[in-house]
Design a protein around this ligand. Structure first.
Ligand code: 13P
Length: 285
């Protein structure tokens, strides 16, 4: 039985109960194993996120099959999510192949075009009970010296967010409130007033991208103000690869993937655990 679920129920439950579902970017068997094993131990719902380059690298069918094995094995909601997909036809292809959750990222487009693209994906996805996330505004903007006009142009405008959700019928909305993908130069400044206003006006679950390297208190505050999905990639990749590098430093002749991958998995597991705690998603199932 195919137990891969969409993100609908898990995000609505998180929204009702005031926590966030972590979405971890995965790349291969090992990273999926770490995420699902840890989520199961902690009884947390979890989203396995694959960007277009991950899906190209690992193969959509392989990644979906691995996620399916996990979903059938474990008694927690596990979703496999297409992250930051920009091509409508690609998304449709993977929906046809059984993916139940996707993000169409048309945030680079002008507002009206973004709506048009997202609407087309939503119409298609909903026929197959697949949920759709979209992004309004642009990530980045953590620089201290960002002037207000620039900030307004990049960050999600709360009134536009209402209009965008109504016109597209999207299931969840990624908001730009000051986070960026990757590492920050200084401490990021999140625009919590903006988040509050968006939350008060928009009813669908809100998503925080770029949660790596953001202090835990800020992520927790964002969750308390209505974020119900937290995306993490970089904070997992760094400890995984650092541990593998360290292993090779100590064992320069190593050549067995089972040996050199294991410290990477262990290091990644600690971070997955910690992020689940920060999200408050443990013991929810
Ligand atoms: P980070 O790499 O900053 O964690 O961003 C992840 C992300 O938002 C994936 O969509």
């Amino acid at each position: 039985m195919d137990k891969i679920v969409s993100t609908r129920e898990m995000l609505l439950k998180a929204q009702r109960e005031g926590y966030a579902v972590p979405a971890f970017n995965i790349h291969n068997l090992e990273t999926v194993q770490v995420v699902v094993d840890t989520a199961m131990e902690m009884k947390s719902p979890v989203i396995l996120a694959g960007t277009p380059s991950t899906i190209d690298y690992a193969g959509g069918e392989y990644i979906k099959a691995i996620a399916e094995v996990a979903a059938n094995k474990y008694n927690i909601p596990i979703a496999i999510h297409l992250d930051h997909f920009e091509e409508i036809d690609e998304i449709k292809k993977y929906i046809d192949n059984g993916f139940k959750s996707c993000m169409i990222d048309a945030s680079k487009e002008k507002y009206e075009k973004n709506i048009e693209i997202v609407k087309e994906v939503v119409e298609y996805a909903h026929r197959y009970d697949t949920t759709v996330e979209a992004e309004l505004g642009k990530l980045g903007g953590q620089e201290d010296d960002l002037v207000v006009d620039e900030k307004d142009a990049m960050y999600t405008n709360p009134d536009d967010a209402v209009d965008f959700v109504n016109k597209t019928g999207v299931d969840s909305l990624a908001v730009a409130i000051g986070t960026a993908h990757g590492l920050y130069k200084g401490e990021p400044k999140l625009d919590f007033e903006r988040l509050k206003e968006i939350r008060s006006k928009v009813s669908v679950p809100l998503v925080l991208h770029g949660a790596s390297n953001v202090p835990d208190e800020l992520v927790k505050e964002a969750i308390s103000l209505g974020i119900c999905k937290v995306n993490v990639a970089t904070d997992l990749k760094i400890p995984f690869s650092d541990a593998v590098k360290e292993f090779f430093k100590e064992n320069p002749d190593a050549n067995d993937p089972r040996k050199y991958m294991t410290p990477g998995k262990k290091a990644m597991k600690e971070i997955v655990k910690h992020k689940i705690e920060v999200c408050g998603s443990a013991n929810r199932y």
